[in-house]
Design a protein around this ligand. Structure first.
Ligand SMILES: [Cu+2]
Length: 118
């Protein structure tokens, strides 16, 4: 019966390694990624974006919402404030060193989104 204990132990070890290390990178985007974000009907889609720290990312905003509320997007933690013309595409280049959650919103905080940096 000792072989069964050994096999179970090895299986658990492999599973733990996979769970904590190997499975994590899939949740973040590859280097130089472009994330398309649609601005429509009062929401950013996607509103929750996971990226890795020290990763160059382009957030590509496409505003389709004529509401004046949608014309500014601001990342207060990053000191970024950008105008989004209607039916146009605007890029925000970011590379964040410190893991954490960074929110972004319209000027009145009605449109809301967050960057999850891991
Ligand atoms: Cu607003």
């Amino acid at each position: 019966m000792i072989w069964l204990v050994n096999v179970t132990g090895i299986f658990l070890l492999v599973f733990i390694i996979w769970w904590f290390w190997l499975s994590l990178p899939k949740r973040v985007l590859p280097v130089g990624s472009v994330v398309d974000i649609q601005v429509l009907d009062g929401v950013y889609t996607p509103a929750r974006i996971e990226i890795a720290k020290d990763q160059d990312v382009v957030l590509r905003f496409h505003r389709l919402d004529p509401d004046a509320c949608a014309e500014i997007v601001r990342f207060d933690d990053l000191g970024i404030r950008l105008e989004l013309p209607l039916n146009a595409i605007r890029d925000v280049h970011i590379c964040i060193e410190t893991p954490g959650e960074y929110s972004f919103s319209c000027d009145m905080n009605m449109y809301q989104g967050s960057l999850i940096v891991t």
